[in-house]
Design a protein around this ligand. Structure first.
Ligand SMILES: [Zn+2]
Length: 580
């Protein structure tokens, strides 16, 4: 039988229990339809929320933009909302706001049920304080994945009975799409994010990997990448208090278990929340960001309850600490505006702290079918011991921050992305000649198989060459000293891990458009060398030192062509310039 909220209510009412359960408050969590081993499919979820929206003025549901499925939008539910959307989003931007994202991986739907539980309990409260933080949630972000339901795509997961698929309709993992923005979902997310300007952002997931005792784990931002004020708030205040608070709900909160070797005994790593991930993206805007990862082998209702309790504890903490959150974020913005260098390529060090871990003994057994040794975790042998925790990162590289970036007007997609991310810019109205630094690609590699639809660039060598460049009407000038500048540098500095260059936005600039014919060009080399004595010296030296060069007409001619006025100046020059 299909178990819906309606049939549940009907059954309860018929048995005359409803009033009693309301009075005891027990059904609120324990007997809620969202605490079983099912998670609603997309139409049921949206219909149910639309009903709540209609019947209560404490929750508003907004259509925020298109998704990966034509005709089906991405919705946003807001608790403690204003009278209309204008009032809601103004209130969100001015006050403290938390944003929860659900079903970016629809096979991991714990957040959907937890958000439904939270919303329903909130709507039942006798009274609410309108000055409390605004709580918003995206009920289901990956719409295409929600529609692709089965009971099989999460082979190792303990419920629910049915769930959606990880990839969206384009088979993209949306939790890698926040910079490259190949999906409509990502573009809509940017609208949501900047309409709310959340102070706290949570992306709800379910883990894969080793078995251990914890149900509730989290990823927090790499300490070294975020502003000192936020580091102090998250690691000095928020996490210790949240851990304490969740203990009273009987949950041990533990960092995400990314193991060094196969089992956690070998130690765990701090996850590197690059800008491509939801929480990495949010942290570039000085948002307090977490990924919640419940453990796949724990029963679905327990995972929902843990996700719900995390939500409740975090909201409670945010109510109490609203002023401190605002203050830390203001300090972070200020810190950003005085930084002379952009640091990137954060790499884990070999320095390990020790952390007390509650695991299960790993044993190797011979499998009856394969006949091979295989790893398993023996739940009858729980243990508690200290393991290494590699949580320190250092930025391997840094670049001086320019005062302005200038982007060529033809890069409409990038200009639109930056505008949607809230960056102020000046569009040139007339031609202007400026002394700027051009970003010239000297060398790069690309991965051999596509990752999330891209042959991403690696081993990037970029030279910044000072030049007079004539800019045209339509080119845009972006001051780098503005809120969110970490995002700006992360996408516009080509060497950065998740820059637009890395994600293939500028590949057309990496190809020569004109060539020459040897038999014609060979007659020009005398005059080229005569007019450039330095080049002549370099050419002669290369001939002496490089025998392959000395014996190849093509190599010699191409060398001289490259250093002559015939060579196209735009080759390998990115359409982004830096004004120091
Ligand atoms: Zn996930």
């Amino acid at each position: 039988m299909e178990f819906t909220y309606k049939t549940y209510l009907y059954t309860v009412m018929k048995s005359g229990l409803l009033i009693l359960l309301f009075l005891t408050g027990y059904w609120v969590i324990g007997q809620s339809p969202w605490m079983g081993n099912t998670s609603p499919d997309y139409p049921t979820l949206i219909r149910h929320l639309q009903k709540l929206d209609k019947t209560s003025d404490r929750m508003s549901m907004y259509i925020m933009g298109p998704s990966d499925v034509p005709g089906l939008p991405i919705y946003l539910c807001v608790l403690n909302a204003g009278k209309d959307s204008l009032e809601t989003f103004t209130k969100a931007q001015r006050g403290t706001t938390l944003l929860f994202n659900n079903a970016i991986h629809p096979g991991e739907p714990d957040g959907i049920n937890a958000s439904l539980l939270y919303a329903e309990n909130y709507l039942k409260l006798d009274s609410v304080n309108p000055t409390d933080p605004l709580v918003a949630f995206i009920p289901a972000y990956n719409v295409g994945g929600m529609l692709n339901r089965s009971s099989t795509s999460r082979a190792n997961q303990n419920g629910p009975v049915e769930y959606g698929f990880r990839g969206n309709a384009q088979n993209l993992d949306l939790n890698r799409d926040f910079i490259k923005m190949d999906s409509e979902n990502a573009r809509t997310f940017v609208q949501i994010f900047h309409a709310l300007k959340p102070d706290v952002f949570i992306d709800n997931h379910v883990s894969n990997g080793a078995d251990y005792q914890y149900t509730l784990t989290y990823i927090s931002s790499v300490r070294e990448r975020i502003a000192p004020a936020l580091r102090k708030l998250i690691y000095g205040t928020l996490l210790p208090q949240l851990t304490q608070d969740l203990k009273s709900s009987k949950w041990d909160l533990f960092p995400y278990v990314e193991t060094v070797k196969e089992t956690p005994d070998s130690g765990i790593y701090q996850f590197n929340d690059l800008p491509r991930y939801a929480m990495g993206y949010a942290s570039l805007f000085n948002c307090v960001a977490f990924t919640v990862e419940t453990h796949m082998l724990k029963p679905f209702p327990n995972r929902v309850r843990a996700t719900y309790d995390f939500m409740v504890s975090l909201i409670r903490w945010s109510v109490k600490n609203a002023r401190q959150i605002e203050q830390a974020r203001e300090n972070a913005n200020e810190w950003e505006s005085f930084r002379p260098y952009f640091r990137y390529n954060y790499t884990r060090t070999s320095e390990a702290d020790s952390i007390v871990f509650k695991g299960f003994k790993a044993v190797v057994d011979t499998h009856q079918i394969t006949g091979l040794g295989h790893l398993k975790y023996d739940r009858t042998q729980p243990y508690q011991k200290s393991i290494p925790f590699y949580k320190c990162y250092v930025p391997k590289d840094s670049l001086p921050i320019p005062q302005f970036y200038i982007i060529r007007g033809q890069e409409l997609r990038i200009i639109e992305h930056l505008r949607n991310n809230g960056f102020l810019m000046d569009v040139l109205k007339e031609e202007k000649k400026l002394r700027v630094y051009a970003q010239i690609v000297r060398s790069f590699d690309a991965i051999s198989k596509p990752y999330e639809g891209h042959y991403m660039h690696t081993n990037k060598e970029i030279e910044r060459v000072e030049k007079w460049i004539t800019f045209r009407p339509g080119d845009v000038v972006i001051p780098s000293n503005q809120n969110g500048s970490l995002f700006l540098h992360s996408v516009l500095q080509p060497e950065a891990e998740d820059s637009y260059f890395t994600w293939n936005y500028f590949d057309s600039y990496l190809q020569e458009k004109e060539y020459f014919s040897n038999y014609v060009f060979v007659d020009k080399i005398r005059s080229i060398l005569q007019s450039n004595p330095e080049l002549r010296q370099e050419y002669e030296a290369k001939k002496r030192s490089d025998s392959e060069f000395a014996s190849s007409e093509w190599q010699q001619l191409y060398f001289l062509y490259q250093h002559s006025p015939f060579f196209e100046p735009s080759y390998m020059m990115l359409p982004v310039f830096e004004l120091k």
